[in-house]
Ligand binder design. Structure first.
Ligand code: FUC
Length: 820
């Protein structure tokens, strides 16, 4: 017999287990959203909506991913090549302020009259559904089920239970709102549309609501993006009547609203689609199915992605509370399940925002309610867009990386203009922003915009995708893009006067300064790391595809002449070629740590001194920052193998976001959207990838199991994480140590595993102690090892834990189990 107390404990545990089993993957609230950051996002890559859930007035704020201001066209200024040469000359003469002043003059802060600094991503409008008499309600619940991708609202009013379900259908390309009630004939509502756009037409056509509109004019561009929205309610029982501007539904048993939105966008240079005909076609198709069938198909498609990864970090009573309360209490409570929910929410956002045939997720994913959103909600590519795609490969959503590759193919065309005109270079490049129209010129003037490295960073993703999937056809398809990125740097690199290293100039370390208002320079650490990677990837790809031997030789020779990473006065990894870093610099960008994450140029085992220098840099930069910066730091601390510090950053990120809509304090809104503030989706994705990085890493010659597990997660299970070389990993751990590891090999080859604990090779007979370099081609180190220049010994050497490494031969499709 169990003693009474144990019995109660068991009951409690069983209860939490049960409720966790019922659906731990659910955001829920006991009140309607008061503002946009409380509303819940649904999306199918192309369409998106925020669901507010007010009983008396439902609001769906609608987006379609191609509704942008402006029209096709690039923004590359004419006749700037000589100025760029002069700026470069000033830099090499160490006249940095003059160089910056000239750059600011040549590329003004505001877009010149004949050009533009990128267009705005814009909302479509709102579908509003008024329910008279529902101001008073009880038993209210509003939820987002991220296991099935369904938003719902339930409440009781006048003795009737009302339910709403909303899906952005992955099967039928429409958004659907389903209204039901516990009593027949009790659905009475009035639906209408509105929109912020100035050029618009809202009307009722038969039993449909319609909204057409045109994207705004902005800078030198005329708004030529047209959209059409058709909303059709299908009733079961009751009647529909039309007014001038609304549809009135009376005494229905159930209603399904079908929302079809289409635009004239075909691709970045062609807007010749008939938007109305497309919206109509999609609507007709969708109407052939019942809601039940659409929902089932939608969920099936969604779960094909979502179910691939499971994460259990433990569960406490906190998980029974509304999500907003859990965010508010995260710092003081013990709520590991909120971390797994947040992790999976990042995956939810990727599945809902980045379907294979869609555009990439922008600064707000696909969710935006403003005509002029912060930073235009466009693609900021000096960190933000890349961060959106960090979880794609490791969290088993590889197909959803595709939109980024399609954008890269576009940029490899439009970016030839900026390469040619601004730099007299072959290949292609893009600066720190782009948009739906794939602009590639500098944006926001000489200080922010003079960074010709956007293509270098984005194109890393081609190589990541290849390393995780081994897909040679993909590599072949994307090789011209990689080659074009590398070619640009072959033509652009300059010999700097002091050491004769080859550097990019002018450029900057994104958005940071080394003296008041001056950031422009030559050969920043991040640029050197990026060019080294572009060259390594292009060389490796050329070898694999057996092409361009001479070109690869050129790259190899040039790569040897890139500046090394350097350790500076306070033991830090230098951000600039010169030792200009300040120990009190808290700037949100940590660009020079690109080499630590997402790249793999810093290893505790290959180069401990460099590893220590990177650590010193991160310590001095501090934790507190914008959402995306903290998301990056989760990954960086994971790479520094410090799980507790990575967890500290997760806790900082999971603090409630301040109500103000600007600032640099980060945090999380009630709907789990990340705050810069304001809302920016990159931090969600950054933290999601950081959590994966704490559990499994594969960048450093081996698969490191539980590299950065924090004390806060002593026991847990993760399954379905993917590593380089296409290994799918499941790990169960107890008391901070691995217990079982399951590995599924999708590409075969040597599987080198790294643990902090010794494995018994007598019982795990497939393993043998690792010897020599890893023979798996997806784990090979780059050909050129870039030495560290370390005039001073790095400080604060934290010891790096001892590791044990094992090799295991694997076959395609084979599964392997390791027991501790
Ligand atoms: C970069 C960052 C800002 C912001 C903007 C969208 O410029 O420095 O913090 O995230 O992108």
């Amino acid at each position: 017999m169990l003693p009474k107390r144990s019995f109660v404990v068991c009951l409690l545990l069983a209860f939490f287990h049960l409720s966790a089993q019922q659906n731990p993957m659910r955001l829920w609230y006991n009140k309607p959203s008061q503002n946009w950051n409380e509303a819940l996002p649904v999306g199918n890559g192309r369409l998106a909506a925020m669901v507010f859930g007010d009983p008396a007035m439902e609001r769906l704020q609608l987006n379609e991913e191609t509704v942008w201001a402006g029209e096709p066209g690039n923004n590359v200024p004419e006749d700037k090549y000589d100025s760029i040469r002069q700026i470069r000359k000033l830099i090499f003469e160490e006249k940095y302020r003059e160089a910056q002043d000239m750059s600011n003059r040549v590329f003004p802060r505001a877009a010149p009259a004949n050009s533009n600094y990128g267009m705005q991503y814009q909302p479509v409008g709102n579908l509003l559904i008024r329910f008279k008499g529902h101001d008073v309600s009880s038993e209210y619940n509003r939820a987002l089920d991220i296991q099935n991708a369904i938003a719902s609202v339930t409440y009781n009013s006048n003795g009737v239970q009302y339910n709403r379900e909303v899906i952005a259908s992955l099967a039928d390309n429409v958004i659907m709102v389903r209204l039901t009630a516990s009593k027949p004939g009790s659905i009475n509502c009035e639906a209408f549309l509105n929109s912020l756009h100035t050029v618009k037409n809202i009307r009722v056509a038969g039993k449909q609501l319609r909204l057409s509109g045109t994207g705004s004019n902005a800078d030198n561009k005329k708004g030529r993006l047209q959209f059409e929205t058709f909303v059709l309610p299908k009733t079961e029982g009751g009647t529909i009547a039309a007014t001038d501007s609304s549809l009135v539904i009376s005494h229905a048993d159930a209603v399904t609203f079908y929302i079809s939105i289409a635009t004239n966008y075909k691709n970045y240079h062609d807007i010749s689609i008939d938007a109305a005909a497309k919206a109509e076609r999609i609507l007709k198709q969708a109407l052939l199915k019942t809601f039940a069938r659409s929902k089932e198909e939608h969920t099936r498609i969604y779960r094909k992605y979502f179910d691939r990864v499971k994460l259990d970090l433990g569960n406490t009573t906190q998980s029974g509370k509304p999500t907003d309360q859990r965010v508010a209490e995260f710092g003081s409570g013990n709520d590991p399940q909120l971390v797994s929910l947040y992790f999976q929410f990042g995956r939810y956002l990727m599945i809902s925002g980045s379907q294979p045939n869609a555009n990439p997720t922008n600064l707000q994913g696909k969710w935006n309610d403003k005509l002029t959103p912060p930073w235009d909600s466009k693609y900021t590519i000096n960190i933000n867009t890349e961060m959106n795609y960090w979880p794609a490969e490791p969290t088993n959503l590889s197909e959803l990386h595709r939109p980024l590759f399609e954008m890269l193919k576009d940029l490899a065309v439009t970016g030839q203009e900026s390469a040619r005109k601004l730099y007299h270079a072959r290949g292609w490049n893009v600066h720190h922003n782009t948009d739906l129209w794939r602009i590639t010129g500098p944006v926001d003037g000489g200080f922010y915009g003079m960074w010709p490295m956007g293509g270098a960073w984005l194109s890393q993703h081609i190589w990541y995708h290849y390393l995780y999937t081994g897909d040679k056809n993909f590599l072949k398809e994307m090789y011209p893009v990689l080659k074009g990125a590398a070619t640009f740097y072959v033509d652009v690199l300059q010999e700097e006067p002091s050491q004769k290293w080859l550097v990019v100039a002018p450029s900057m370390s994104p958005e940071n300064t080394y003296q008041g208002g001056v950031g422009i320079t030559a050969g920043t650490t991040m640029d050197n790391q990026l060019v080294a990677d572009v060259f390594s990837n292009a060389i490796a790809a050329a070898n694999i595809l057996k092409t361009d031997t001479r070109f690869a030789d050129t790259l190899l020779n040039m790569q040897k002449r890139l500046p090394p990473m350097q350790v500076g006065q306070f033991g830090q990894l230098q951000e600039w070629l010169q030792d200009w870093d300040k120990p009190n610099d808290k700037h949100r960008h940590v660009s020079h740590l690109y080499g630590l994450y997402p790249s793999n140029q810093v290893s505790p085992y290959r180069d401990p001194a460099l590893f220590q220098a990177a650590r010193t840099t991160l310590v001095s930069r501090g934790d507190q920052s914008t959402g995306w910066s903290m998301g990056w730091k989760v990954n960086l601390w994971a790479r520094l193998l410090d799980g507790n510090h990575a967890y500290k950053l997760i806790s900082d990120q999971l603090r409630p976001a301040p109500v103000e809509t600007s600032g640099q304090n980060g945090g999380t809104y009630p709907n789990l959207f990340d705050a810069h503030p304001p809302f920016q989706i990159d931090g969600n994705f950054g933290c999601t990838s950081g959590i994966a990085e704490m559990l499994v890493q594969s960048h450093d010659g081996a698969i490191h199991i539980l590299p950065a597990l924090p004390d806060a997660w002593p026991d847990g299970t993760v399954s379905g994480l993917v590593t380089r070389g296409g290994f799918v990993i499941d790990v169960t751990w107890v008391a901070g140590k691995p217990k079982t590891v399951n590995i599924r090999s999708t590409l075969g080859g040597n599987c080198r595993l790294r643990f902090y604990d010794e494995v018994n090779v007598k019982t795990n007979t497939k393993l043998k102690e690792a010897a020599g370099p890893n023979t798996n081609p997806f784990f090979m180190a780059p050909e050129v090892k870039r030495p560290l220049v370390s005039p001073k010994a790095p400080s604060s050497a934290a010891p790096v834990a001892k590791v044990y490494e094992y090799d295991m031969g694997t076959k395609v499709g084979g599964t392997y189990r390791i027991d501790f």
